[in-house]
Design a protein around this ligand. Structure first.
Ligand SMILES: CC(C)=CCC/C(C)=C/CC/C(C)=C/COP(=O)(O)OP(=O)(O)O
Length: 279
């Protein structure tokens, strides 16, 4: 569903690519006429199942997932989303086999270097890439490349990509509390002054707009310890669970969610809302 022209046609015939581009531009212009979310979070689930269903290597499933991410980021930034936060690597992912961890980390590094390259996303969309999470857990051999990604994009101010790696919300909230405790120890803050705002100021992506939509693909209807603080902070956040496996999640799936969200804003503002979509 939702594939206007199969990849075969868009790869083979330039005219089909051109028409596809025109249709996409028109849909984007339609979406822009309604309210547009300012901040979207993605739990990109289903890469391994995609590999299994399509009879390909696990690594190719993750590759397809990374390609889908590049497409989806383009959609978000084109409609005017200011910040995208992705669950790139959960602390729990360190429990996978060493071979899979290496595959994931290498892919993450390569894709982030690609995105931060000035000739690609960084310049086109003016995106600043922030690596957020428990940086102490990042293996040494990846640190310099990830620092480079942040350095290359630090002067971009229009849009943000927060890459949560390695991350869980409980870990994020725990470090935030430790941060507040250290400020109390150094007498910068009195115990009586500790409040929600002080903790909020230390959790990740505090500079991004409030979280509007969290999307989880592949049919699992749980949050898996992702952005629980941020979801509670915005009473109108929408959580979307879709059955589509992440590598199949592309332009049309994203546009459908954005249009539905626009409609929900009109009828349902004022409470956290859960939406589900099928393939
Ligand atoms: C640039 C950049 C940040 C690239 C990201 C690449 C990417 C898509 C990472 C997500 C990895 C991941 C653990 C996906 C979950 O699917 P799964 O492996 O748990 O699959 P399953 O749900 O079918 O088991």
């Amino acid at each position: 569903m939702f594939e206007m022209f199969p990849k075969f046609f868009t790869n083979q015939f330039p005219l089909v690519t051109y028409i596809n581009g025109l249709i996409e531009d028109s849909i984007i212009n339609v979406v822009k006429t309604g309210p547009v979310p300012q901040h979207i979070a993605l739990v990109m689930d289903g890469n391994r199942r995609y590999a299994k269903v399509n009879g390909i290597q696990l690594r190719s499933g993750h590759d397809a997932g990374a390609d889908a991410l590049v497409d989806v980021l383009g959609c978000c930034y084109r409609v005017g989303v200011k910040a995208v936060t992705i669950y790139a690597f959960s602390i729990e992912n360190f429990n996978r086999s060493q071979a899979e961890i290496n595959t994931l980390l290498e892919l993450l590094k390569q894709k982030l270097l690609y995105l931060s390259d000035t000739s690609h996303y960084a310049e086109r969309y003016n995106v600043r890439i922030n690596i957020v999470g428990n940086k102490d857990m990042i293996p040494d051999e990846f640190r310099s490349d990830l620092d480079k990604v942040e350095e290359l994009t630090r002067y971009h101010t229009k849009r943000t990509l927060n890459v949560c790696f390695p991350f869980t919300s409980r870990d994020d909230i725990t470090s935030s509390i430790a941060n507040v405790a250290n400020r109390v120890l150094s007498k910068e803050l009195a115990v009586a002054d500790i409040n929600l705002q002080q903790v909020s100021n230390s959790v990740i992506d505090r500079t991004s707009p409030p979280l509007d939509i969290l999307i989880r693909t592949s049919g699992h209807t749980r949050l898996s310890d992702f952005l629980t603080w941020q979801l509670s902070q915005n009473p109108t956040s929408t959580v979307v669970f879709t059955n589509t496996l992440w590598p199949n999640f592309k332009f049309w799936q994203m546009m459908w969610i954005l249009l539905t969200w626009s409609y929900y804003q009109a009828i349902n503002a004022g409470e956290i809302c859960i939406m589900t979509t099928n393939d």
